[in-house]
Design a protein around this ligand. Structure first.
Ligand SMILES: CC(C)(COP(=O)(O)OP(=O)(O)OC[C@H]1O[C@@H](n2cnc3c(N)ncnc32)[C@H](O)[C@@H]1OP(=O)(O)O)[C@@H](O)C(=O)NCCC(=O)NCCS
Length: 153
């Protein structure tokens, strides 16, 4: 299993809408996803990275004011200069089991001192679960080609 980066947040008033029962803004969750994913990518690449693509931001379940949001990020695939990170976001409430609210796949590009893409070390999946994720990442890369056009395979 690749290194897992964990982030924990409490949903505060400034993270929520003004509903009678305040809910976490989707954009706030996206921001937290990008940050924890970037930490996983930077630790792997040992250099600066930039986000180029985020897949699948279906919000499966809400998070509310004062909930605890736990996120787990890990590298699933590498190309030459880009890498994919899976970020799972969960909500925790005192009276309930931890629930998955979102799974996102984020692609980062490693950057050199001149802000140009930089070659990174190859990620080799080991466990069966990692190999399945890796195979899925290859399929997601093909889908990104169709969606974004300029992606190089
Ligand atoms: C990331 C960036 C430096 C890449 O520069 P570039 O000249 O397009 O470089 P390349 O075409 O060689 O692509 C570099 C890698 O990015 C990948 N890539 C580029 N666009 C992509 C996309 N939309 N989705 C997935 N991967 C992408 C390429 O496949 C390539 O991967 P590989 O080296 O592993 O094969 C440049 O596109 C950029 O700065 N984008 C803005 C990123 C940004 O500012 N993000 C913050 C949000 S505003």
């Amino acid at each position: 299993m690749g290194d897992v980066v964990t982030s924990v947040q409490i949903v505060l008033a400034q993270h929520c809408n003004g509903n009678a029962k305040p809910r976490l803004f989707g954009g706030q969750l996206m921001s937290w996803i990008d940050v924890v994913g970037a930490v996983a990518a930077r630790r792997y690449c040992k250099c600066q990275v930039t986000t180029v693509n985020i897949d699948n931001l279906t919000f499966l379940k809400p998070a509310y004011l004062n909930d605890i949001v736990v996120q787990k990020a890990r590298v699933t695939w590498t190309g030459n200069t880009s890498l994919e990170v899976r970020v799972d976001s969960y909500v925790e409430r005192d009276d309930k089991e931890r629930e998955l609210i979102n799974t996102a796949y984020v692609v980062y590009v490693a950057l050199d001192e001149n802000e140009r893409p930089k070659k990174i070390k190859e990620y080799v999946p080991e466990t069966e679960q990692e190999q399945e994720e890796y195979a899925g990442a290859v399929e997601r890369k093909i889908l990104r080609v169709y969606r974004s056009g300029p992606v190089k395979l």
